[in-house]
Design a protein around this ligand. Structure first.
Ligand SMILES: NC(=O)c1ccc[n+]([C@@H]2O[C@H](COP(=O)([O-])OP(=O)(O)OC[C@H]3O[C@@H](n4cnc5c(N)ncnc54)[C@H](OP(=O)(O)O)[C@@H]3O)[C@@H](O)[C@H]2O)c1
Length: 357
């Protein structure tokens, strides 16, 4: 189908927007990503239905990566954006560079060569002149940090992206990138795309804690439902057609559900399901997503969806969010029993953000 000539108006509906870290960019509290789904398990018109449903519900931010479905995700996203007639300035599009789409010594990683060539190829697949944020999809210990930071600055200077961020970098690596950027008076990473969900908390809640204060970094959170585990759909086995049933890459996850650790997770999801139903009259998915969104360091929660219904279902989290009282949060903590322990201050009283007692 040809590009729509009619521009579709964006209506944010009741979607809250947050600043992305220290930047001026406003991102919707819930965004949509394309890993495994858009261009992968979902192709053609159904991709359009999912993106249209999200957009009409107030989601204007879409995340992809050069590696998702070997470039197909970017192609499908770009095609749908054109066909639906979205106005480019209404959208926040993010992509990620690291893994590349081909094999070869320079076909991946964060060398200046791959960051620049990878970005150009991503834009070509998306059919866009620029993305809003470009992420370094992983750290690359084989490239000097100065080269990485300068390469992303070049991408920004060229107008191919407005901001750059990191994804699954350690706090030490993010600090190093900021030091390099400060030293040369160039632009540092504005956000980290990290995994954060009820079962994955140490890094976003503990390791990064100093970074939120020092650098005001934002987070674009991935796998907020732990790949679907927190929906409760795996409580009684592996349903047909689900991610765990269809993708061989999750064989270890499937196996782990038979082990003590996995069984313990399912036990917790059952309890969370009961809490969601009995006390909030909602779904475990909405509860789990609202819980990530409630974290003040979360900029946006990237939803993954294999159908439009899942998008609609998951946005019920917006209604749940204001109902997450301290009492409910304490009940969740009790069920999860995995709150990261903050570093000790050896008996010295903690100070607040203003440095006061
Ligand atoms: N930077 C990184 O390294 C990185 C890594 C991973 C992901 N990401 C980004 O984060 C996005 C989200 O990650 P994710 O897909 O793992 O998120 P997720 O929310 O943890 O899992 C999404 C999956 O759960 C299932 N699901 C979602 N809502 C459901 C519902 N209401 N009822 C039943 N099942 C439901 C669907 O899978 P099925 O229907 O197929 O079972 C869906 O694809 C990705 O698209 C990508 O943009 C980034």
């Amino acid at each position: 189908m040809a590009t729509s000539t009619v521009q579709r108006e964006f209506d944010p509906k009741n979607m809250p927007f947050r600043r992305l870290g220290s930047s001026g960019l406003r991102v919707p509290l819930f965004s949509l990503g394309g890993w495994l789904t858009l261009g992968g398990s979902v192709v053609g018109d159904p991709v359009k239905e999912i993106i249209k449903t999200a957009f009409e519900a107030g989601i204007n931010m879409f995340d992809t990566a050069e590696t998702y479905s070997a470039g197909k995700s970017e192609e499908e996203m770009g095609r749908v954006i054109r066909e639906l007639g979205f106005r480019r300035s209404d959208l926040v599009i993010t992509t990620k560079i690291f893994w590349g789409v081909r094999k070869g010594p320079n076909a991946g990683g964060l060398s200046r060569k791959h960051v620049i060539e990878g970005t150009q190829e991503s834009l070509a697949r998306l059919g866009l002149d620029y993305v809003d944020i470009i992420f370094a999809h992983r750290p690359d210990s084989n490239v000097p940090m100065e080269e990485v930071v300068r390469a992303f600055n070049f991408v920004i200077e060229k107008g191919w992206a407005f901001y750059w961020g990191t994804s699954e970098w350690s706090a030490r690596e993010i600090e190093e990138a900021h030091h390099v950027a400060d030293k040369f008076n160039i632009i540092g990473p504005v956000a980290e795309q990290c995994q954060h969900n009820m079962f994955h908390r140490e890094r976003p809640e503990k390791e990064y804690a100093p970074l939120y204060k020092k650098y005001d970094i934002g987070t674009t959170v991935w796998s907020p439902l732990a790949g679907g585990l927190l929906t409760g759909k795996y409580n009684d086995g592996i349903p047909e057609g689900s991610r765990l049933a269809t993708l061989p890459m999750f064989k270890n996850t499937v196996d782990s559900l038979q082990q003590d650790e996995g069984k313990e997770k399912i036990r917790k999801v059952r309890e969370l399901t009961k809490l969601a139903q009995d006390e909030l009259h909602t779904t475990p998915s909405a509860l789990a997503l609202a819980w990530v969104a409630k974290n003040p360091n979360t900029s946006t929660v990237i939803l993954g969806a294999s159908s439009p219904e899942q998008v609609t279902d998951n946005l019920k989290a917006l209604e749940v969010l204001p109902r997450l009282t301290n009492e409910i949060m304490e009940k969740i903590e009790k069920i999860l029993n995995n709150k990261p322990v903050p570093p000790t201050n050896y008996g010295r009283p903690a100070l607040d953000l203003m440095g006061r007692l």
